[in-house]
Design a binder for this molecule. Structure first.
Ligand code: G6P
Length: 612
């Protein structure tokens, strides 16, 4: 979603800002803009479309060593040139870029209009530029604090002001902002991806904090009702390989990230398995055995793929720890006034740690006295900081919108959590050891699935021809089907619907025809016979079938009707879902490639959805 960059230093700002914006493209956006502050004041260029369109149309004389930039994902008003950020006041002395949403924008716009001001855009952000410009406080920081005092909602902002040509000011409330320290220059960004090429010495602002940034350094303050109180924020080194933000020889980040899975899966398991006692060794939970034992229910919260893997995780927890568990879309949870019980363990799942729906759900649980742990990839992210404990996913930066390696590690984190929770309850040491061994085999088995990429590409080619398809599975296989359909629709734009195999005959069978293929998840488990019987019902109606299964499964006379059979390696049946998921990622990737789509930047989608 929206992205912010900023620069102040000894070099021309515009090329650096454009480069930074390019590095934020994966987050999803529909327009972009930059503002620079030079000898002749503030200059702004912005337009709907890609960053490269903005770069191509940039005026020749666009000099200045201070600047801010933005990629916008439309919320208030359509994606057009006027609504793109930066926004300025009437005299173009203040430029503001903003992530987040100002909830009372309509009232503030009406107030400014009553005052005779003609607002030029439909956005909530524009009011901030006017409020800062209208303040008569002495310093820029005070003017911004005064403006922010009028605002309800969430923001990460960066401000340049022609009357204060030695600084940028940034502030944060609910939307990330990071300061990067360079050599006689400073960078600002809403995501590390835009900074790591220049520096890995960074400071993350906290909610309610503001920073003044000059070429020589930065100082931070807490915005309080009585004024600005200095805080002691220091920059720290982050352990991130800049190569992680480079697709290298791959045609897309998704492909790179697909292939990284075995190594990243090893990373999440490393040091967290206790083979001797057949249990997990998850230090960050901040829960001792007695506290873990006391929970009587688990509720998993997440959005999109994190929700679907949450369903896989809930079923793992129920099976292994014999504790009632379910998953719910975090985006819905908070709106139904949920009953939060003290003996329920809440688990928030998020790659980015920024998804606002998940963050707000966590806060709702905590407000009601519930205990939340997080399964989060991005270290120090909003959800990671909000939860009471958790498991970092160690996937490395995930750039493609379609989640692959983070999702896999979410499953493995659930696996470890389920074993650890199981072992303080009724899971025997023998079963604990069986599952630990199963978990350690997964990286190698993922590698085996990925080695069949060329075969999967042929099946994907066939699926890409269909306008509409079904993904079906039962019990453990159903969230696999949901995630498979999600991945497919996200990047191929085909209609892909997930159903329980058992429910087909209660409605969707009416849609089965030679034009509508079905991808069926058929593990060799206690339901295999019933699953195969349902496949006959599809085949009888001429529906093409792709079966994701184990080599031990005998499809009998169906075999000749199946257009694609994908055998994945077997693990413990509780852990099989992740191995059944991997080929679905590869199918979606190759189908999208066949259709010629921009795989890493699917239309209308954002990597991190930071607004409700
Ligand atoms: C967005 C992305 C999805 C992702 C979801 C949750 O909708 O497009 O791919 O699964 O957010 O993201 P999170 O960062 O919380 O895992």
């Amino acid at each position: 979603m929206c992205g912010i960059v900023g620069y102040i230093g000894t070099q021309q700002a515009a090329p650096l800002l454009l480069e930074g914006l390019t590095r934020l493209e994966h987050r999803g956006y529909d327009s972009a803009g930059v503002a620079v502050l030079g000898g002749s004041g503030l200059k702004v260029a912005k337009r709907a479309g890609r960053v490269r369109d903005l770069a191509d149309g940039l005026p020749k004389r666009f000099g200045g060593k201070i600047g801010i930039g933005h990629t916008r994902w439309a919320t208030h008003g359509p994606a057009n040139d006027v609504n793109a950020h930066p926004h300025t006041d009437e005299l173009s002395r203040v430029a503001v870029v903003h992530n987040g949403i100002i909830d009372n924008a309509a009232a503030l716009r009406a107030e400014l209009a009553d005052d005779g001001l003609v607002l030029t855009s439909d956005t909530d952000t524009e009011v901030l530029a006017h409020l800062v410009a209208r303040s008569s406080a002495k310093t820029l920081e005070q003017r911004i604090a005064e403006a922010l005092g009028r605002v309800e909602g969430t923001y990460g902002i960066a401000v340049a002001h022609a009357d204060f040509p030695d600084r940028l000011v940034v502030a944060r409330n609910g939307s990330p902002l990071i300061i990067g320290v360079g050599d006689h220059e400073m960078h600002v960004a809403s995501d590390l991806a835009a900074l790591v090429r220049y520096t890995t010495t960074v400071a993350h602002l906290d909610d309610g904090e503001m920073a003044t940034i000059t070429a020589a350094g930065f100082s931070t303050y807490r915005i309080e009702a009585t004024g600005l109180a200095a805080t002691d924020r220091r920059a720290k080194e982050v352990d991130i390989d800049p190569e992680a933000y480079d697709a290298g020889e791959h045609d897309s980040f998704m492909h790179k990230e697909l292939l990284e899975q075995p190594a990243r899966a090893e990373a999440v398991l490393r040091g967290r398995l206790d083979e001797r006692f057949g249990t997990g060794h998850l230090g960050g939970l901040n829960l001792d055995a007695r506290e873990l034992r006391a929970f009587r229910r688990v509720k998993v919260l997440g959005c999109g793929s994190a929700y679907y893997v949450g369903q896989m995780g809930a079923s793992l927890l129920e099976e292994l720890a014999r504790i009632p568990a379910d998953a719910e879309a975090a985006s819905e949870f908070r709106y139904r006034n949920p009953i939060v019980e003290p003996d329920t363990l809440y688990v928030a799942v998020s790659q980015s740690g920024e998804t606002i729906d998940t963050l707000l759900a966590v806060q709702e649980v905590q407000r009601k006295g519930g205990r939340v742990i997080g399964l989060v990839n991005v270290v120090g992210s909003a959800i990671a900081r909000q939860v009471d404990g958790g498991i970092y996913l160690h996937s490395g930066p995930e750039v493609a919108v379609a989640s692959t390696k983070a999702l896999t590690n979410m499953f493995l984190a659930f696996g470890m959590l389920a074993v650890q929770l199981g072992r303080v309850r009724d899971l025997s040491i023998a079963d604990g050891k069986r599952l630990i061994t199963g978990l350690t085999r997964i990286p190698e088995q993922i590698d085996q699935v990925l080695a069949t990429e060329a075969d999967l590409a042929l099946v994907a080619k066939r699926l890409a021809e269909a306008e509409s398809l079904f993904f079906v599975g039962r019990v453990r296989g159903f969230p696999v089907a949901r995630e498979g359909a999600q991945k497919f629709k996200e990047i191929t734009y085909r209609h892909a619907e997930a159903y329980q195999t058992s429910e087909l005959k209660h409605g969707p069978l009416a849609l089965i025809s030679p034009e509508v293929p079905t991808v069926a998840i058929v593990p060799d488990d206690e339901l295999v016979e019933r699953n195969v019987a349902a496949l006959h019902e599809i085949a009888a109606r001429g529906g093409p079938l792709v079966v994701v299964t184990h080599d031990s499964v005998d499809l009998g006379d169906l075999e000749s009707l199946v257009v694609g059979r994908i055998d994945v390696p077997r693990n413990e049946r509780e852990l099989d879902p992740i191995l059944l998921t991997i080929p679905l990622q590869v199918l979606a990737y190759h189908a999208a490639l066949e259709l010629g789509h921009d795989i890493d930047k699917p239309r209308n989608l954002a990597k991190s959805v930071t607004v409700e």
